[in-house]
Each structure stands twice: as structure tokens, then as C-alpha cells.
Ligand binder design. Structure first.
Ligand SMILES: NC(=O)C1=CN([C@@H]2O[C@H](COP(=O)(O)OP(=O)(O)OC[C@H]3O[C@@H](n4cnc5c(N)ncnc54)[C@H](O)[C@@H]3O)[C@@H](O)[C@H]2O)C=CC1
Ligand SMILES: O=C(CO)COP(=O)(O)O
Length: 325
């Protein structure tokens, strides 16, 4: 199966590295010519994944046309750019493996819903899980969820991507896999705030557990299986992203917790913190689904400029209730 990758940020580059085999090279589309040139000439991506040597079996291009020869595409453009990038892709009938973690602004569509609108004839899969790109690209052990309704295609993708250090676990629950990845980015911002404001480790554990309850309520309302949400792409990624400054979302939260503004923290950056764009869309989607998501609302308030103290006070002074979901 000849694979192409759309998007040469940190994650697209790491996934190209995972998929590259000496006898099965991978074609990586970069939006930036300088990134494509650096990958082809120096076998590195100094802008988005610096310091990690890449396999000679990864070659880059800034022309979408050549992707037409691939049997499947890993789509790793950021969530808010997926629609535009896919609408410029040359082929829309080959399988698309969606790897971005977010919900589209202006309508609240999940990545699979966007892809089905733009490429109605393409079979869809989702790859998601606890996967810091720099660790994956270095070959450190990692496991992911690979969700696809078509079991034959799912098995082929799992076999093509698997290696001793990269274990995809198959699932038929596409919606569950993508909701876990999108929601955990918002919750990682909240955990970063806890860290930045110095609220301690008890508070962070509470945030992860109550955040998981929030993710599960929302996911189930949108048709996800609770089992998927408790797996690699949900709880697994939530724990990873809520525990490390390697996460851009967690780091954004640390800055907010220290009293910096979202504008100051987000301006002039070339890398994405998907939770910042997903949080307000998720708040809307939760309202529509009749799902209570107080942590998500708190993150939105902080991103919109509210102070840490009143937002945390409001969160802690809600009426007491039974634990359940
Ligand atoms: N970095 C990581 O460890 C992981 C990231 N992801 C997800 O992968 C997706 C891509 O993130 P990264 O590769 O980390 O990106 P990145 O932050 O490393 O790089 C930014 C990416 O955005 C692209 N971009 C910027 N402006 C654009 C535009 N107007 N149109 C199209 N593309 C544009 C750049 O070309 C680049 O590929 C995100 O949804 C992220 O949540 C998922 C798992 C791990
Ligand atoms: O999704 C990720 C790890 O699974 C990366 O998280 P950040 O986008 O917060 O860096």
C-alpha cells in the first residue's frame, strides 16, 4: 500500500517516518517549500520537528498533484485547515486516514464529517492516541487507535503502519476516536492552568477525572462508545496531554494560569494548539447536545480574557452532586 501524508508539521513528519520502509517509500506533502526542501536535502524538518533525522525513504513535495499515485493518504493538516487542504487534494476516492485532533469552527463538524462533505467517495479512517510527535519520530514505543468502519481496510492500514515500536489497535468507532482527541486538547489547557496557577497535583488529578466524565458525556451524546473513550484515543491521550509541558495545549494553559492573555500566548506562533480553536465550538456543540461541560466553559472564559481567580471560584462553587457521569 503506497502511502502519502498531507501536512508536514510535527505529526505529519513523524507519521511519515513511521510509515517509511526501504522498499515502501512515503511521499510527504509540505505546505511550505522550505520544509519540503529541508526534508529532501537534509532529511530533517528543522521548522516543525527539529533535531530528528528522518529516513531516506521519506521524500517531500510541495505539489499536491503527485499524491494522486498513492493508495491511501494520512491527512495531518490542522483541524481548522482540513476543509481547504482536502478540497485542493487531487484525488478524493482513495482512503483518507484523518489524524488531526479538533472540531471545525463555524458549524462544529468533526473531522470525519468535514472529510465526507469534501470527499464523499473516500473511505474514512481515524488515527488517534497518546502520541507526542518527537517521541514517535525517534522510534519510542507508542500505541494508537486506528478506527475505520470497513474491517478489511482497517486491517490493511493496521498492518501497513504497525512496527514493534508503533502498535495500532483497530476499532470500528470513528466518532469515538475523533471525539477523544478533540476534547482532550481543551482539557489539557485546563490542566495547564492548574499547573501555571500552582493549584497542585490533587487538583490536576481531579481535573483529569472530571474532564474524562465531561468527555464521556459529550462523546456518548454524539454516538461514541464509552469503551473507545476509555481507550488510547480518549483517556490515554488525556492522561498524556494533561501531564506534560511537551503538550502545546498544556503549555498554553500554563501561560493562562500565570495570568498571560491568550492573544499574547498565541500570536506569532507557527505551531498549533488545537484546543484554543476547539474550545468555543465544543461549548456550542455541548449546549446543542444538552450536555453539561463546566471545565470546557471555564477554558473558554479564560481564552476570552476572564481572570483565573473568578473562573476557578465559579468552577469550585457549583452545587455539590453525586459523582456518576
Ligand atoms: N504534534 C503532535 O505531537 C501531535 C499532533 N497531532 C495533531 O496533528 C495536527 C497537526 O499538528 P502538527 O503536525 O503538530 O502541526 P505543527 O504545529 O507542527 O505545524 C503546524 C502545521 O500547520 C500547517 N498550517 C499552517 N497554516 C496553514 C494553513 N493556512 N493551511 C494549511 N495548513 C497550515 C503547517 O503547514 C504545519 O503543517 C493537529 O490537529 C494536532 O492536534 C496529533 C498527534 C500528535
Ligand atoms: O496530541 C498530542 C499528543 O497525543 C499532542 O498534543 P499537543 O497538540 O497539545 O502538543
Amino acid at each position: 500500500m503506497k502511502l502519502g501524508v498531507i501536512g508536514a508539521g510535527a505529526w505529519g513528519t513523524a507519521l511519515a517516518q513511521v510509515a517509511a520502509r526501504d522498499d515502501d517509500p512515503v511521499l510527504l506533502w509540505a505546505r511550505e517549500q522550505e520544509v519540503a526542501d529541508a526534508i529532501n536535502r537534509q532529511h530533517q524538518n528543522p521548522i516543525f520537528l527539529p533535531g530528528i533525522p528522518l529516513s531516506n525513504a521519506v521524500s517531500a513535495t510541495s505539489s499536491m498533484e503527485v499524491l494522486g499515485s498513492c493508495d491511501a493518504l494520512l491527512v495531518v493538516a490542522p483541524a481548522q485547515h482540513l476543509r481547504h487542504v482536502l478540497s485542493n487534494a487531487p484525488v478524493c476516492e482513495i482512503p483518507l486516514v484523518l489524524c488531526a485532533k479538533g472540531i471545525e469552527a463555524g458549524g462544529g463538524r468533526l473531522m470525519s464529517e468535514v472529510a465526507r462533505e469534501v470527499c464523499p467517495d473516500a473511505p474514512i479512517a481515524v488515527l488517534s492516541g497518546p502520541t507526542f510527535a518527537h517521541e514517535v519520530a525517534k522510534g519510542l514505543p507508542t500505541a494508537v487507535t486506528l478506527a475505520c468502519e470497513d474491517q478489511g481496510l482497517r486491517d490493511r492500514l493496521v498492518m501497513r503502519l504497525a512496527s514493534p515500536a508503533f502498535r495500532p489497535y483497530g476499532s470500528a468507532d470513528v466518532i469515538g476516536a475523533e471525539i477523544g482527541g478533540a476534547v482532550k486538547n481543551v482539557l489539557a489547557i485546563a490542566c495547564g492552568v492548574v499547573d501555571g496557577a500552582g493549584f497542585g497535583q490533587n487538583a490536576r488529578a481531579a481535573m483529569i477525572a472530571r474532564g474524562f466524565a465531561e468527555m464521556t458525556r459529550f462523546g456518548v451524546a454524539r454516538g461514541a462508545s464509552p469503551e473507545t473513550l476509555a481507550g488510547l484515543s480518549g483517556l490515554g491521550d488525556l492522561v498524556l496531554t494533561c501531564s506534560s509541558t511537551s503538550s502545546r495545549n498544556f503549555s498554553l494553559g500554563v501561560g493562562l494560569g500565570q495570568g498571560k492573555s491568550a492573544r499574547e500566548l498565541l500570536e506569532d506562533r507557527r505551531t498549533v494548539a488545537e484546543g484554543a480553536a476547539t474550545a468555543p465550538v465544543l461549548r456550542e456543540a455541548a449546549l446543542e447536545a444538552g450536555v453539561d461541560m463546566p471545565i470546557t466553559r471555564a477554558v473558554c472564559a479564560l481564552l476570552e480574557g476572564a481572570g483565573v481567580e473568578p473562573v476557578v471560584d465559579a468552577l469550585l462553587n457549583r452545587p455539590l452532586r453525586d459523582e456518576g457521569l
